[in-house]
Design a protein around this ligand. Structure first.
Ligand SMILES: [Zn+2]
Ligand SMILES: [Zn+2]
Length: 338
């Protein structure tokens, strides 16, 4: 089968690789669609911290925001799964440790991360192997585009949940990329008022289209201030600014990560009585993401700019917008085209 392989920073090949085989407890899926995300770009560029602390190394098969159809099952897996469509958790915990058995398998010390950590091959390929226990079935009403957006949606749901979004809450989201925009959709669906700050005029426009009360390149001062402020950027300067912006007694939710540490003054958190929440992954949010989309409370497809073949992924990573791409920041890949 064909796979997109990153061999060194900014170097890649479409390789012919052996098809995966479902071992005990696993399935193999035919990948129908996979999203390219900021984490993938960091791996491609060589800046991702995991490359420097031993959690990942080249060559790498990226891709963790996928949807696919089960084509084979390993020992102990119900063969009725064959032919059905799923998405999968990115975080593959050991299933035995205290974190795994208390609902925090995404923080398991021994976890694999699909296409990210400890060498588990990702979904930028025609097929992918994954333990069946990490699958989530998607409804027939979901097309492949929606399927590939469930995982980033799950991250966004967790941010909105940590923000305690509800009617009467004023929320500032810094960052108008995929996660910022999806988070806005969930917060708005939960009844909150959302304001957004970004750098890119195109995605700032998209923010107002999805229902943000305001979106611009600088923070809008609002009466009563922001109950919750969210960092969905790759900018180490942003968290400290959010500490100053949040209302006393409010919340700061962090999902963005710069490659360098982002300093904040902890004294301000104490004096302002602020709660800070970090969100690592979408794992506990996957069922919620599916449910919000299934019930029509959000439609994430507006954030997709283009769908390309496996042969075009390298250009996307190198920063080129596909010809005819719309305004959405998210690029999806159909691995059957190469
Ligand atoms: Zn991602
Ligand atoms: Zn574990």
């Amino acid at each position: 089968m064909k796979a997109f392989v990153v061999t060194a920073p900014k170097e890649f090949e479409i390789q012919d690789v052996p098809e995966p085989v479902a071992t005990s407890g696993e399935v193999v899926v035919k990948v129908n669609r996979v999203g390219v995300c900021g984490t993938d770009v960091e791996f491609f560029n060589g800046s991702m911290p995991y490359l420097h602390d031993g959690q990942a190394k080249y060559p790498m098969r990226l891709g963790h925001e996928w949807t696919g159809t089960v084509i084979s099952v390993g020992e102990g897996v119900d063969s009725k799964l064959i032919g059905r469509r799923f998405i999968g958790d990115v975080m593959l915990g050991c299933g035995k440790c205290k974190r795994c058995t208390t609902g925090r398998q995404h923080t398991c010390a021994d976890r694999f991360e699909v296409g990210i950590r400890n060498g588990w091959s990702g979904a930028l390929a025609e097929q992918l192997a994954i333990p069946a226990r990490f699958l989530h079935e998607i409804p027939d009403s979901f097309d492949d585009t929606i399927g590939a957006l469930v995982e980033p949606g799950a991250n966004a749901w967790r941010v909105a949940d940590a923000a305690q979004a509800k009617p009467g809450k004023a929320i500032l989201i810094w960052g108008t990329g995929t996660i910022g925009l999806l988070t806005a959709q969930f917060c708005i669906a939960m009844g909150a008022t959302v304001h957004m700050v970004g750098k890119d005029p195109v995605t700032i426009k998209l923010a107002t289209q999805i229902g943000a009360a305001s979106a611009g390149e600088s923070v809008l001062e609002i009466a009563g201030g922001y109950d919750v402020v969210i960092d969905a950027t790759f900018d180490r300067e942003v968290p400290a600014k959010l500490v100053d912006l949040v209302e006393p007694g409010g919340r700061i939710v962090l999902i963005g990560v710069d490659n360098n540490s982002a300093p904040i003054d902890s004294r301000k958190l104490v004096f302002k009585d602020v709660t800070v929440v970090g969100i690592l992954s979408g794992s506990p949010g996957l069922p919620h993401s599916i449910e919000f989309i299934k019930s029509g409370r959000i439609d994430p497809r507006i954030i997709v700019g283009a769908t390309v073949g496996l042969n075009e992924v390298g250009e996307v990573f190198l920063g080129k917008r596909p010809a005819g791409a719309g305004i959405g920041p998210k690029i999806l890949v159909d691995p059957s085209k190469f």
